[in-house]
Write a protein that binds this ligand. Structure first.
Ligand code: HEC
Ligand code: HEC
Length: 368
């Protein structure tokens, strides 16, 4: 009898120790607390190879499958804009590598953006965001984008999201109970989605992994890209041999795009807008060249419509200003002065950076 009582007490103690507060989810199903913890997000194999820069995941925003999915829904949902007309994807379009095919994009209330919409590729490996580098984290960048491009007002958005059970459910899954719908969690979820947007399967990646060959023209273009005396592109557009991003020591440069007799005649001050240091006027974020074939037009104002125009510019039309980057080493002769064949070979090489599986990745497409 004594034994029986002991057994009973122990079982009750054990049972009550593990007892979970049952919760009814939005589909009316009773779930325990553990069901509110999302599944850890797993990046595609190969991303963690040392050939790529490490993806920077803040400790207070670990990635879950549910968080990434929520971020993807919010990315495509115009519900976040003041008048429910514009989503991130209105400007960051899949077919342009999540950039835009026009020089400037249309914002809310028919206004134009100040600058060209950039691509969103491997941003988790990047340290500074926007052409003028005004943000240091993806979470802050999402907040900036929402306010700047979509005239986002959280109080309006909150009410709209709370009315949709798919959102209340996913916020809980993504951020654990209570999973409140807050501006901070909106930023975190979209940042998770942006971090998931990884491109590592271009022909160039495959070549570096020994899985594909480059043609003789492409190889010659690679040499032009990497040579001090020929194209001289690698100084700024490479981060080690793998071109995952820009030169991480430099990040910003004046690439002799515009003439300015002093430091003050640039139409757009770029980095100088943010730092208020006149030496930074005319300096811009060095963009990734990944998937460059499909992200025309080019530069912070979208002035060049084709890669031919870009290469002609670097070859023959560099413009003087007092703070041209010293790494524009061929400026003294007006540019790299490539001949027609070399220009074509350089472009052939740039096209090896195209990763068809990125733009077409079903995990990045409109989930609605
Ligand atoms: C109206 C068009 C438009 C919309 C809508 C828009 N963006 Fe952008 N985005 C831009 C432009 C233009 C820039 C560059 C602005 C600058 O650098 O000054 C930019 C820059 C960015 C950057 C910096 C990229 C880099 O390489 O540094 C991120 C990240 C970003 N947007 C994310 C988003 C997200 C997330 C949303 C939705 C919440 C969004 N954008 C909505 C046009 C848009
Ligand atoms: C001194 C650093 C530097 C060098 C060297 C350099 N670039 Fe750039 N590149 C930049 C910067 C900075 C930008 C953005 C400038 C802007 O928009 O104002 C840029 C923009 C570009 C763009 C447009 C990208 C986009 O998404 O709009 C292409 C393409 C490009 N460079 C290719 C090249 C090639 C090819 C070479 C070699 C012939 C080269 N670059 C050499 C710094 C450099």
């Amino acid at each position: 009898m004594k034994k029986y009582i002991l057994f009973l007490t122990v079982s009750i103690a054990l049972l009550s120790g593990c007892k979970k507060d049952p919760q009814i989810n939005d589909n009316g199903v009773i779930e325990s607390d553990t069901a509110f913890i999302g599944k850890p997000f797993v990046f595609p194999g190969g991303v963690n190879s040392p050939r790529y820069r490490k993806i920077d995941i803040p400790t207070d925003n670990p990635m879950t499958e549910e968080g990434v999915l929520l971020g993807r829904m919010l990315f495509y949902d115009p519900v976040l804009s003041m008048d429910s007309t514009i989503s991130c994807a209105s400007c960051h379009k899949a077919e342009f590598e999540f950039g835009d095919g026009t020089a400037l994009s249309k914002k809310i209330f028919n206004q134009q953006t100040k600058r060209h919409t950039p691509t969103l590729i491997n941003l988790g490996m990047n340290k500074r965001f926007f052409w003028d580098g005004r943000k240091n984290t993806l979470e802050e960048s999402v907040g900036d984008a929402l306010l700047g491009e979509q005239s986002y007002a959280f109080s309006i958005t909150e009410a709209r999201l709370k009315n949709q059970s798919r959102y209340t459910y996913l916020f809980k899954k993504a951020f654990g109970r209570p999973g409140n719908i807050t501006a901070e969690n909106i930023h975190k979820a979209i940042a998770q989605f942006l971090r998931s947007m990884v491109s590592i399967d271009s022909k160039f990646d495959k070549y570096m992994r020994g899985e594909a060959n480059l043609s003789s023209d492409e190889l010659e273009g690679f040499d032009i890209f990497n040579s001090n005396t020929r194209g001289d592109c690698f100084h700024c557009h490479a981060d080690g041999p793998y071109l995952t991003f820009a030169n991480q020591g430099l990040l910003f440069a004046n690439n002799a795009l515009d003439s300015s007799a002093t430091l003050y005649e640039f139409k757009d001050y770029g980095l100088g807008d943010f730092t208020a240091n006149s030496f930074d006027n005319g300096r811009f974020k060095i963009p990734t060249l990944r998937n460059i074939e499909h992200s025309a037009p080019y530069m912070h104002d979208g002035r060049f419509k084709t890669l031919e125009e870009v290469v002609n510019f670097y070859s023959d039309s560099l413009k003087y200003s007092p703070n041209i980057d010293p790494l524009m080493q061929l400026f003294f002769q007006g540019g790299s002065r490539l001949n027609q064949l070399e220009k074509q070979q350089l472009i052939a090489f740039l096209k090896t950076l195209t990763d068809e599986s990125f733009r077409n990745n079903p995990k990045f497409q409109n989930p609605f």
